[in-house]
Design a protein around this ligand. Sequence first.
Ligand SMILES: [Cu+2]
Length: 68
Amino acid sequence: MTTATFTVQGMTCGHCVAAVTEEVGRIPGVSDVQVELDSGAVTITSADDVSTDDVKAAVEEAGYELVT
Ligand SMILES: [Cu+2]
């Protein structure tokens, strides 16, 4: 198990958090996603390292932007 934290821009409410959690949770191997609304921090627990490209794609699919 490994964890990685990313920052997502543009979330404003619990619905945004749910959308990001759902999309990021679909990345293969991801077992847990914790989203902090205020800071935009998204902590991902997965079997193997997640690729930034996968996280970026999932975040954009949800309608938000990954801060790099
Ligand atoms: Cu929202």
